[in-house]
Design a protein around this ligand. Structure first.
Ligand SMILES: C[S@@+](CC[C@H](N)C(=O)[O-])C[C@H]1O[C@@H](n2cnc3c(N)ncnc32)[C@H](O)[C@@H]1O
Length: 207
């Protein structure tokens, strides 16, 4: 039986769970990114956003949340509804109940200054991870930051992912692989030239 992606969020109820620890790291990078950007308007896009706990958790505590336009793309309507409910009071947040694996779902939401691929790379084929990283220049504005995660459960794909980011014109800014857990949080900055969003096509298929 497949994963129930609404139930999957229950691990966040335990503040000591690996998932909560991963969330804390991701949030710290979203905070740091926002602190480091002075622009009056910034675009964020989150693929497979779930209930949006990373982006929304940060924006809810920020006096400057109105600087951010965020598009959360999530396929499960229950999670999209939860994200929508959590986004009350954050008028810059849009939740799209859509397939984040297809380029068309990003229309109007990119180029983004921050792209989250959190909880994606462990749920698609290795070939799709590679294709998605290669496609990120079509989602990123110049100088954009990408925050991504991936389990290191063997065979560990994270060294290959790091190399694919380099191939696509990104510079590594952080790579967290804590002892005692299998999650990894990576942060890469786009140093290349942004590419147009393809009119159609697929980056990944979630399994
Ligand atoms: C591992 S969870 C990660 C959720 C969130 N990013 C987080 O870290 O809390 C994966 C999420 O992707 C969603 N999902 C699955 N297939 C999808 C697709 N094709 N497009 C968008 N979201 C999808 C699931 O419903 C689930 O909420």
């Amino acid at each position: 039986m497949g994963t129930d992606w609404a139930d999957w969020h229950r691990d966040y109820d335990d503040p000591g769970s690996p998932l909560s620890r991963r969330l804390a790291l991701v949030r710290s990078h979203v905070e740091g990114w926002l602190d480091g950007r002075s622009e009056p308007l910034l675009q964020v896009v989150s693929a497979c956003a779930g209930q949006g706990r990373d982006v929304l958790g940060v924006l809810a505590g920020r006096a400057d949340a109105d600087r951010v336009r965020a598009c959360l793309i999530e396929y499960d309507p229950r999670n999209a509804a939860a994200a929508q409910a959590a986004a009350v009071g954050l008028p810059g947040v849009q939740v799209r109940c859509a397939d984040a694996g297809v380029f068309g779902s990003y229309a109007g939401a990119v180029p983004a200054d921050l792209v989250l691929m959190v909880g994606v790379f462990g749920n698609v084929s290795d070939a799709d991870v590679r294709a998605t990283v290669a496609a990120l220049p079509s989602l990123c504005a110049a100088g954009a930051t990408v925050i991504w995660t991936r389990s290191r459960r063997g065979p560990d794909l994270t060294p290959a992912i790091d190399g694919w980011f380099a191939d696509a014109g990104f510079v590594r800014r952080a790579f967290h692989a804590p002892d005692g857990v299998v999650f990894t949080v990576g942060v890469h900055e786009f140093a290349g030239v942004p590419q147009p969003l393809p009119g159609d096509g697929v980056m990944f298929r979630f399994r």
